[in-house]
Ligand binder design. Sequence first.
Ligand code: FAD
Length: 540
Amino acid sequence: MARCLVLTLLFQVYCLVSTVGLPLPLDPTELLQLGGDVGGGRLSVDPADLREASGDFGGFTRAEPLAVYHPRGAGDVAALVRAAYSTGGLRVSARGHGHSISGQAQVPGGVVVDMSHSHGRKHASRALPAYSAAVGGHYVDVWGGELWIDVLNWTLANGGLAPRSWTDYLYLSVGGTLSNAGISGQAFHHGPQINNVYELDIVTGKGETVTCSATTNSDLFFGALGGLGQFGIITRARIALEPAPRKVRWIRVLYSNFTEFTADQERLISPKHGGRRFDYVEGFVVAAEGLINNWRSSFFSPQNPVKLSSLKQHTGVLYCLEVTKNYDDSTTNAATVDQEVDALLGDLNFLPGTVFTTDLPYVDFLDRVHKAELKLRSKGMWEVPHPWLNLFVPASRIADFDRGVFHGILGSRTSGGPILIYPMNKHKWDPRSSVVTPEEEVFYLVAFLRSALPGAPQSLEELARQNRQIIDFCADARIGAKQYLPNHKSQHDWEEHFGPERWARFASLKAEYDPRAMLATGQGIFPPSADSSAPLLSDS
Ligand code: FAD
């Protein structure tokens, strides 16, 4: 009843606004009086809530919403979206953990649904992991705003299970990464996170709750996976699990020759490589500032000190291959892992004397970036602008990319942060999902994870300019790269990103599931209809 009241009031507020056109300044205190904390979902115009929902990890785009909605569950999300839909299209944006770069979860003058904090949701309401041969094995049902770190801790504590496919950083929400792809060094083997989901509950842009899977409402299921939040808000995901290993052997080796580096990476992910394989394959570029001041580098010290000066004969860019082997801590397994790792490393062509190894618990490995986060936070180096650029580059052009970008555009300049580079196999990506990858079986993620630190040699503007140069280089050289976590400024660029066939499918799903184009408008893909009299996408 109380929830009904708040939604009715929200509706009335919106009607008031929309009768005179959008956007119309509304005194936030007015909305607070109308909304208030009334049980059910909580509509807030608290300045702290608005401030948080106005920004993101990128740190250079801000847009204030009218209000922030804290749902207690899927029913609240559906009620809010229904009310927004019936007003004619009040914009609504789910916010997972706000770790986007360019305002993708922001919604000026609309309502942000705070999925992550999920006020009032009780730990006890989490579902236990289960097993079903019919589903495909072990799985767990989780809230769409759950953070991956919490999913991991929960499934480990309840059966020693863990999701199979990861991101490097676990303080991201399930709905947020599934709306992109969710990739890390396991993707070559298990596919991205979107390939490791059995079922979703989605609140569509009409406020309808739809359960979908590969066999039921499959167009919505695959559309939403990698769908940039365009077709609905994911409120529940059924995640595939496996028995979790206990320990990880984590190994890094260095290369000065890019061709050998990528040949080894590609050999390691090749299905032809046989039964023996690492469990995780990544890599990164060791640019001018070397291994210091790089949040991927902590591993090299203190047990494994490495100085670039000791590699002086290799001038310029170095490349680091990073692999892991999982094992449990029984003596037999520990002995076997030595043999397996030696055999796998024996096939590789890295620089002699550059093997850096450490053993650690599986959870510590998965949660490695958080440790770096805490260090950076303590030095005031986390909450700074992050002009990140992520590209998928086809394997056939990765050497051209190296020449043009690492040796050309970047040259001896500092990169401003880690540059990841690792390959994946396209056949592990379901072609029915919405995510766009290059037209080749093997493609690389190249991730420029930059921070614009105060007083650093390169300003935010300069790093952003460099990103533009890299994108332009790829276009001019016809590299065939696709942006991951894409950010395009015009509809034409979006259409080019998808290509004609995929764009037609994406637009038709949008017309069906979010006809007023009111969801996740921060992605900038479809212009929202300005008022209730505007034609629905499906009418056009
Ligand atoms: P938000 O930024 O809150 O939202 C992203 C988009 O998804 C928005 O458009 C939003 O409206 C929409 N959305 C959010 N929740 C839902 C939902 N429940 N249903 C539907 N739509 C929703 N990505 C990788 O693949 N691999 C990595 O290793 C990786 N590492 C990262 C490390 C760091 C430090 C950071 C900041 C990001 C990293 N990312 C990585 C990128 C990350 O996957 C995306 O930024 C993702 O969108 C972040 O999730 P979020 O929960 O913060 O989403």
